[in-house]
Design a protein around this ligand. Structure first.
Ligand code: FE
Ligand code: FE
Ligand code: ZN
Length: 296
């Protein structure tokens, strides 16, 4: 959300892309500066959603939120405080899901990091959530770059184990990240889901990030690629897209913008073409060229 249109602008974009769900950041993804709830244009946004049959959308907390930081207490405090306010905003906007990166332990080790995340979620959730707050926190599966926590399902399960209000937790399953973390979603998505089901429960997946990856499985890199153009590929992603267990789960594209080969300063949103290709069910090797043409 940005500018004067805020949430209304997000819905306009989603409609223009041909989407039936969407994800937004409540401000810049890189910082925690946020406008007052009264300025978000929520009412108009919901009218446009209703007109276009969009029922559900997802909020993503900013990247810099790090509940796992035990080195700099200010980082942790900002994270707890921001999370509480983000829950208020998401409630006002009518989203049921806030996606959160569990955090990075910044060298202090997984155990300390997880303990800090659990403490932060307990503090954050206890101050604002009541039994009937309609918002859940979806912990994202991470690629495992740097000191990221959430590189495997066991780490997410440990967070569930520690959080007292864990009925308010969910998971955001990022396909690029799980592949980068070494799960074979290319050949055995059902086997990966089985593992997830045993540790956390597959009904806990509240959102998918449907990203392809620039890197081979297990690379622990986290570099997204356009849908079907990376090392995961179109068919494995479509298998997940159409999986009967997750038909009602929102699926979000976090694809990189496409650079104009004749003007390196320009890059274009790929979403309209990607969504059309997904609806069509057939890989279009010329998709990226078409995006560039559309914008010229
Ligand atoms: Fe994310
Ligand atoms: Fe993601
Ligand atoms: Zn990512």
């Amino acid at each position: 959300m940005s500018g004067k249109e805020m949430m209304l602008g997000s819905v306009k974009d989603a409609v223009a892309f041909g989407a039936n769900t969407f994800m937004l950041y409540t401000g810049a993804p890189q910082n925690t500066r946020r406008k007052d709830i009264s300025e978000l244009r929520i009412q108009e946004a919901h009218e446009l959603m209703a007109q276009n049959g969009i029922e559900e959308f997802v909020v993503h907390a900013p990247y810099i939120i790090n509940l796992a930081n035990t080195v700099n207490p200010a980082t942790y405090e900002i994270a707890v405080e921001f999370l509480a306010k983000e829950i208020d905003r998401a409630t006002a906007m009518g989203s049921q899901t806030i996606v959160l990166h569990p955090g990075s332990h910044v060298g202090e080790g997984v155990d300390k990091g997880i303990a800090s995340i659990v403490k932060g979620l307990n503090e954050g959730l206890n101050t604002v959530l009541t039994a009937d707050t309609p918002v859940n926190i979806a912990l994202e599966t991470m690629a495992g770059k740097g000191s990221e926590i959430g590189r495997n399902f066991e780490e997410l399960a440990r967070i569930y184990d520690g959080v007292s209000h864990n009925d308010k937790l969910r998971v955001c399953f990022d396909t690029c990240h799980t592949s980068d973390a070494g799960y074979d979603i290319i050949h055995d998505f059902d086997g990966v889901v089985e593992k997830f089901d045993r540790l956390i429960g597959k009904d806990q997946i509240a959102v998918f990030h449907m990203n392809d990856s620039k890197n081979e499985p297990g690379a622990a890199k986290d570099r997204h690629e356009n849908f079907g153009f990376g090392k995961i590929g179109f068919e494995p992603l479509m298998y997940i897209m159409n999986h009967p267990d997750f038909m009602e789960v929102p699926k979000i594209l976090e694809s990189p913008y496409i650079k104009d080969p004749e003007n390196s300063k320009k890059s274009y949103e790929p979403f309209k073409r990607e969504i059309a290709m997904i609806r069509n069910g057939k890989f279009d090797p010329k998709m990226r060229e078409k995006v560039v043409e559309d914008n010229r």
